[in-house]
Design a protein around this ligand. Structure first.
Ligand SMILES: Cc1cc2nc3c(=O)[nH]c(=O)nc-3n(C[C@H](O)[C@H](O)[C@H](O)COP(=O)(O)OP(=O)(O)OC[C@H]3O[C@@H](n4cnc5c(N)ncnc54)[C@H](O)[C@@H]3O)c2cc1C
Length: 473
């Protein structure tokens, strides 16, 4: 049945088998899996149809284990190597049983996701070096989502847009119903099971302030403004166990001119290695040549967050301009270092001294930005240990950067079946979670490119199947 606008009318008197809160990758994988297992499914998405899909809209790839090369992956990436990578990047702060389970399940995900209409392409060349480990979505995250939505709708999954869940009713650890706001009104929906796939709380500045203090005001959020942690907080208030540190998140340096929300991938800057990075006092504060991507990429968000005013500038000269992928915004350009200082509101004398000191400390070497080369400084603190070249060829350039928060790690504790774990350690019978909202089980800290989508896909599918099984038994 449709209304006068041609939209499908959803009967909210019906008690659904599975209620999925959220509209990103985790939610859609859960919804499709539940529906394929025979359940009636309602997806409640806070965003409008145009903006549906949360942070998933911005993604490009996912990391899955595989034993041999595929049509789009250049070689094997076995479970043990994936596990080693995860162990290294988290420094051991991961639930081993859950992570190994996710990695094992990820092997099947490459096929399953294709069966849901998603298409992959080989990775592009460049600085990413992910051609063996990560499968890239043809058309990016938005195309990937469109395919999942098309499949879900085709299977009969009901979807409500512009519908923000504001209350969850849980009785003695058993989910009953949820209230959501839509077009100025409040509605209640009953369901036999709940799948919470509503992202982290990165877009909730007040919550970020609780652990980061006032500096949180200066953070830019790379993705959706809808991931405010509303559902996470309600689950926490209903005796669901949490996992993770509230200050741990994925954060990168992004162009300071990016919008507060949803700037996406095109505002990210990965040119730190080509110059120096100075804070608002025109001082360097970290080794810009410490390591290759992806390690360096995920540390600069936190480094800039620790600087006064949460602002810094990546400074380089004409010799580096064409060596990296540009961002959406053009760099600030000047013919002299003094003029660049004025344009960046830096003290010209201090800035010139910082550049001169750096130039004087650079030792000769063979520049190669694809390896840890021998171009380094001597007698400078902090040192630049690789890719150090004098900043001396006009014009001079700079990108102002701020911390760009991708997603937060504090979340709900789950077991291998994606059941929420309650305070007494028992799994909730009819409540499940998938995606960012439970990412802290896998990521205590650190990040490996493409793992956000692995967490959402694997646990989304498990949650959907588990919810359908419970509801339909
Ligand atoms: C710029 C950018 C690039 C990224 N690139 C990659 C990449 O290439 N590979 C990768 O693996 N990861 C990447 N990530 C991380 C990745 O986006 C996430 O890990 C993944 O999309 C999480 O999926 P999810 O379904 O859990 O959350 P989301 O996709 O964020 O979905 C959460 C959904 O919940 C909805 N929601 C929130 N609150 C409510 C509520 N109260 N009621 C109803 N709905 C609600 C939101 O509207 C949204 O639809 C990137 C993130 C960003 C921001």
């Amino acid at each position: 049945m449709t209304n006068l606008r041609g939209e499908i009318v959803i009967d909210l008197e019906q008690r659904f088998d599975v209620l999925v809160v959220g509209g990103g990758n985790a939610a859609l994988c859960a919804a499709i899996a539940a529906r394929r297992a025979g359940a009636s499914v309602l997806v409640v998405e806070a965003a409008s149809k145009f903006y549906r899909g949360g942070n998933t809209r911005h993604t490009r790839n996912m990391r899955c284990a595989h034993d041999s090369a595929t049509a789009v992956l250049t070689g094997p990436y076995r479970e043990e190597e994936f596990w080693d990578d995860l162990l290294r990047i988290t420094g051991g702060q991961t639930d081993e049983e859950l992570s190994r389970h996710m990695i094992h399940q990820s092997k099947d995900m490459l096929n399953w996701i294709v069966q849901q209409g998603v298409r992959f392409q080989p990775s592009l060349g460049g600085t990413l070096s992910l051609g063996r480990t990560n499968s890239f979505f043809l058309g990016g995250g938005r195309a990937m989502l469109n395919a999942l939505y098309r499949t879900a709708e085709g299977l009969g999954v009901k979807i409500l847009y512009g519908a923000e869940v504001t209350e969850i009713e849980i009785d003695h650890g058993v989910f009953q119903s949820a209230l959501f706001k839509q077009e100025g009104g409040t509605n209640r929906v009953h369901a036999k099971t709940l799948v919470a796939a509503s992202g982290g709380f990165e877009a909730n500045t007040e919550w970020l302030r609780e652990s980061w203090g006032d500096i949180a005001e200066n953070f830019l959020i790379r993705g959706t403004p809808n991931n405010r942690g509303t559902v996470l907080k309600m689950l926490m208030e209903n005796d669901v166990q949490t996992i993770g540190d509230p200050t741990q998140c994925h954060a990168v340096a992004i162009d300071a001119r990016a919008p507060k929300f949803d700037g996406g991938i095109i505002t990210r800057l990965d040119c730190v290695v080509f110059g120096i990075v100075v804070n608002k006092h025109a001082q360097r504060f970290y080794d810009e040549g410490e390591d290759v991507w992806p390690k360096r990429y995920a540390i600069w968000g936190r480094l800039v967050a620790a600087q006064p005013g949460q602002i810094a500038n990546i400074v380089f000269d004409a010799s580096s301009l064409k060596l990296f992928m540009p961002s959406l915004f053009p760099p600030v350009k000047a013919d002299t270092i003094a003029e660049l200082a004025v344009k960046l509101s830096l003290d010209p004398q201090i800035f010139e001294k910082t550049v001169n000191d750096f130039n004087a400390a650079v030792r000769p070497g063979t520049f190669d930005h694809t390896t840890l080369d021998d171009c380094r400084t001597e007698g400078l603190s902090p040192a630049k240990t690789h890719w150090a070249r004098r900043i001396e060829t006009a014009p001079f350039y700079a990108y102002p950067v701020r911390p760009g928060i991708t997603f937060t790690y504090l979340g709900t504790r789950v077991n291998k079946e994606a059941h929420l774990i309650m305070k007494g350690d028992q799994p909730a019978a009819n409540m499940f979670a998938a995606g960012e909202i439970m990412a802290g089980n896998i990521l205590g800290r650190g990040y490996a490119a493409g793992i956000g989508m692995t967490i959402g896909s694997v646990f989304g599918r498990i949650a959907g199947q588990g919810a359908a099984h419970y509801a339909c038994q």
